[in-house]
Design a binder for this molecule. Structure first.
Ligand code: NAP
Length: 287
């Protein structure tokens, strides 16, 4: 990479940020496309977020990704957010365009991309979502917006109920259902008729990759699509078990790469070299 007088800067705001794989992924993509861009990690403490956003304006950064713990806190500092980000209540990508900071949620679109590539339209599909944290929220709203029904089960059932109620409120229909992970009979029943099963918990993530999956894999059946948001390792215990039971699978690396690819396209106006991005990140992860 050659930094020159015309290099354009993008980056990521997080706290901490040192574990991020985004700089390598985006810089490899810029290099592959011959674009004079550079992606930099910025460790921004929560109380410095407003100043950091002013920095985006003052320094003329093209945009930033925003990660934990800033995804909600960033919203009041922006000039505009997309309808999707507003619905989810979280922003992960900011584009500095025509003097304005515009926030979007590319996690949502990045989640949908590989799922739609496999299934086509999600209208009328039944999805069981395990988890009710930040990532689950983006997933639940994306699925509901595409016309899928969403059933949510979470370790803390109250969080699942809140998310389900938010979805019902946002879409003005009864499309969500919530339970605790310990209600195994109810869980088994809804899983039987599910088309899509998503793990949006952190269960299975390195260094706890040997832990049992958040739901017993015996509850899965052949023909379902099992999607794990965890991307390190790429092949998690639930995905391995799902494949053995005849399910189609999508790993968290796909979602990670696509959320990055969509941000890349916003910032550069060019189609992202998705294969280069995937290969770069995969080389840094446990298989
Ligand atoms: P989060 O907000 O902290 O939520 C964590 C979720 O995991 C909650 O639902 C939590 O349940 C559940 N959980 C934690 N420990 C559990 C356990 N032992 N058994 C069952 N459930 C448990 O985290 P997040 O940001 O949503 O991230 C969740 C996962 O998605 C992480 O692995 C993250 O790396 C991954 N992710 C991937 C991508 C991607 O691009 N592939 C993007 C975003 C996130 P409680 O509510 O009961 O605590």
């Amino acid at each position: 990479m050659k930094i020159s007088g015309t290099t354009q800067i993008v980056g990521v705001f997080g706290f901490p940020v040192r574990h991020t794989l985004s700089p390598e992924m985006h810089n490899a993509a810029f290099e592959a496309m011959g674009l004079n861009f550079c992606y930099v990690p910025f460790e921004v403490p929560p109380d410095r977020l407003p100043a950091a956003l002013e920095g985006v304006r003052a320094l003329g950064l093209v945009g930033v990704n925003v990660t934990i713990p800033h995804k909600q806190a960033v919203i009041p500092g922006l000039d505009e957010i997309t309808a999707r980000a507003s619905l989810i209540g979280a922003v992960n990508t900011v584009h500095h365009t025509q003097g304005r900071l515009v926030g979007d949620n590319t996690d949502a679109e990045g989640f949908l991309k590989p799922l739609q590539a496999l299934l086509g339209s999600l209208k009328g599909k039944r999805a069981v979502l395990i988890g009710a944290g930040g990532a689950a929220r983006a997933v639940a709203f994306s699925l509901a917006a595409e016309g899928a029904s969403v059933w949510i089960a979470n370790k803390t059932p109250e969080r699942a109920r809140v998310l389900a109620e938010d979805i019902i409120g946002a879409f003005n229909v009864e499309r969500a259902w919530a339970a605790s992970l310990t209600e195994t009979a109810a869980l088994q029943e809804i899983l039987t008729s599910a088309d899509i099963v998503i793990n949006a918990t952190s269960v299975g993530m390195y260094p706890h990759h040997q832990s049992p999956p958040a739901i017993p894999p015996e509850m899965l059946r052949s023909g379902q699509v099992v999607y794990d948001l965890v991307y390190n390792p790429v092949e998690t215990a639930i995905l391995r078990a799902a494949r053995a039971r005849g399910c189609a699978t999508i790993d968290g690396l796909e979602m990670f790469v696509w959320q990055g690819a969509i941000a890349f396209e916003r910032w550069t106006g060019r189609a992202a070299p998705v294969d280069v991005m995937r290969k770069t990140v995969a080389a840094r992860l446990r298989p």
